[in-house]
Write a protein that binds this ligand. Structure first.
Ligand code: UDP
Ligand code: MG
Length: 333
């Protein structure tokens, strides 16, 4: 049996937490009876600097039932950071952790499938929405457009997957090696690798309270997603600069021929084409500088270059050998 931690970031969620706890505990009871999870399993609420007494409610729920745990962040840091804080707290305490929203829009009945896939050897299981319930046409359109845009920009994400997913403790340890500050977990997690699978479910409605993701937060989240993983915008700028320069050079050749044959006279066309050429060259230059800045930016993230899944070797690593070598190497330097 596995110890499962259900990690739930909460921002001003007093309206939903009591009911969410009731439903989740009930689900955990049934999973425990089915032999899927053990009694050390927990709900882990992360209070993301709420202003409405969410933390006090979490404390009360913890007193009422020790299977409810909580982490309080010092201030509001946003959904992704709150989620990471919860996952990093859970990783030394569980075999696997599932992240989900406090409003239970993601169907908790598929938790069994998540855990079964983990038992089958999966390190990451993605929850994928087969339908978006009653999401407004605007939310559905912007969200699906966003996934398509990410794909165009070469960012690897799982289509229609939000942050409802299971990760094993091994995958969580791998996640901890990604040191970036602009967090976009939906882009980082697919980079981890290992055996993965998906579970599809129907996304419902928020059962109480309002969305904590206004358009402003959604846009900044989308920007984080694109700029953290793609230098395509800079490449596009460079490409545009080259195209403008090339058009200007062709225009200049044409103007030269036209001037020699006497078809066109006057300075106007030369001034116009020179401005085009200058703009094109400046854009190309900015783009090239941008490509280097982009590389530097990626380097500063200190992402792991690889993660080893399995080592097949009959000899165990021998610490004394490496230390003897490094000691002598140290002596010669
Ligand atoms: N959330 C958070 N910090 C924030 C905003 C949201 O921890 O600054 C949490 C929120 O409490 C919820 C989850 O993130 O558990 C998703 O938010 P919400 O359900 O409001 O987003 P929507 O489903 O409308 O996109
Ligand atoms: Mg929601």
């Amino acid at each position: 049996m596995d110890t499962l931690y259900i990690v739930v970031p909460c921002y001003n969620e007093t309206e939903v937490l009591r009911e969410t706890t009731r439903r989740l505990l009930d689900k955990m009871d049934r999973m425990q009876q089915a032999g899927l999870i053990d009694e050390a399993s927990r709900i882990l609420y992360v209070d993301d600097g709420s202003k409405d007494g969410t933390w006090e409610l979490i404390c009360r729920l913890h007193e009422e039932n020790p299977r409810v745990s909580g982490v309080k962040l010092s201030r509001n840091r946003g959904h992704q950071n709150a989620l990471l804080a919860g996952l990093m707290t859970a990783r030394d305490r569980c075999d696997c952790a599932v992240s989900m929203d406090a409003d239970l829009q993601d169907d908790i009945e598929v938790l069994d499938e998540f855990v079964s896939k983990y038992d089958d050897g999966c390190d990451i299981v993605y929850g994928v929405r087969s339908s978006r319930g009653n999401d407004t046409a605007f939310k559905k359109g912007t969200a699906e457009g966003f996934y398509k845009l990410m794909e165009k920009f070469g960012v690897e994400t799982v289509y229609n997957h939000a942050d409802y997913r299971l990760m094993s403790d091994r995958a969580l340890n791998a996640l901890s090696e990604f040191g970036e500050v602009n967090l976009f977990l939906r882009g980082i997690v697919p980079q981890i690798g290992y055996k993965t699978d998906t579970v599809s479910y129907v996304r419902g409605d928020r059962f109480a309270g309002e969305s904590k993701y206004p358009l402003r937060k959604m846009l900044s989240f989308a920007m984080d997603g694109i700029t953290s993983f793609s230098s395509k915008p800079i490449e596009m700028l460079t490409g545009f600069g080259i195209a403008v320069s090339a058009a200007a050079v062709i225009g200049l050749i044409w103007a030269l021929i036209a001037a020699l044959t006497g078809a066109v006279s006057g300075l106007g066309i030369w001034i116009l084409l020179s401005v085009w050429l200058a703009c094109g060259l400046v854009l190309t230059g900015i783009g090239i500088v941008g490509l280097y800045v982009g590389r530097t930016y990626m380097e500063t993230k200190h992402r792991p270059r690889f993660l080893i899944e399995t080592v097949l070797d009959s000899a165990a690593p021998d610490d004394s050998r490496t230390s003897a070598r490094s000691a002598s190497a140290g002596g010669t330097v």
